[in-house]
Write a protein that binds this ligand. Sequence first.
Ligand code: LLP
Length: 432
Amino acid sequence: MFVSKNLAVNQQGHLTIGGVDTIDLANEYGTPLYVVDEDLVRENCRLFKDSIDRYYGGRGLVCYASKAFCCKEIYRVMEDEQIGVDVVSIGEIYTALAAGFPAEKMCFHGNNKTAGELYYALENGVGRIIVDNLNELERLNALAAEQGKRPNILLRVKPGIDAHTHSFIRTGQIDSKFGFAIETGEALEAAKEASAMEHVNLVGAHCHIGSQIFDIDPFVLAAEVMMGYIAAVKKETGVELTDLNLGGGFGIKYTDEDHPVPYDRYMEQVSAKVKEEAARLGLKVPFILLEPGRSIIGPAGITLYTVGARKEIPDIRTYLSIDGGMTDNPRYALYQSKYDVVLANKANQPKDDIITLAGKCCESGDLIGEGLKIQRGDAGDIVAVLATGAYNYAMSSNYNRVTKPAVVFVRNGQSRLVVKRETLEDLVRNDL
Ligand code: LLP
């Protein structure tokens, strides 16, 4: 009935998440409110971890892409699930460390890591640094020399696969700000330079072919291209890369139009390809890393809002205005992303209304969605926007000096606050 399996309707006709009544949550914590089902997050972590165990003999590491949703508590959950994390800024590293997450299980990404960020990563012993460009390589080598360190590095490679659409194409992705292209030879050149450097330890290659991908084939092709790259690096430099990081990007169900494949089918096919290519090319089977973000956290989250106004414009449309909007979920404004919505206090009623869900910012484009099917609602009703766990809180802002909502985790039928709602004092904290 719902896009995520952790959602249901109770006897009062209220939407529940992880068995907890969302109306109780709205009453207890206020709205707007992000709610994350921790049990489902953990289950999703295990899906990926188990698939590496089953199909790849456990010789890999799942690294949760924490850009999808970052706060101290999520790093504690990931540490408890014994997986790694992908971090993309000093801010994410700092948050993870503050939560007690071990630096050696972090993969540090970014196309323009500053010297300060690299210094911090080295100082704290970040396990793998994914080097994006030659400037960074030189910067890192020099900083590592200064600190007497020799970090493990992977090179970010563009495998030339565009998987952003439902079909995918093999070439044409040279124009990306991320990484070294294989087809121009720069990826091989980078490996030559890196392997000759004294203060970095070149251990692997990384690629990430896109996000919200439903097809398995582009991932399999990426694995094949990357194994070819590892073989070329070995031939050229004598160094056999032992880490193959295939990034994230696994699609989730936002609406009934989305049909994600079971994640273990992905690993089944990718593992087979990696092993086949290793045998064919005379390489060792590499240690594999995956970086799912959205697929771990996305389906586990919802956002609750209170409707403040209903505005019917005859023959045009009906707006329901909520107490949040693009400040807590900018994805419709940015990408016209589609979401499923429910009136959480009338979840047992038929969805016989069609509305535009509008935020409260002074901006016409501040919408969560248009043409949305929902139960008939008015001021005072609670709207739940589903599958908002990924890239919502993470991309929230204070535009219009709107405070950021609180985040609540539910587990075993209980709720707990993990991020406090911002206060007005928070808004002026840095103002002089
Ligand atoms: N690894 C790397 C290197 C990445 O750049 C990303 C996402 C991931 C892993 C995780 O991808 P996922 O499994 O979450 O698809 N703000 C956009 C998504 C941007 C994704 C950026 N990179 C959105 O709201 O859809």
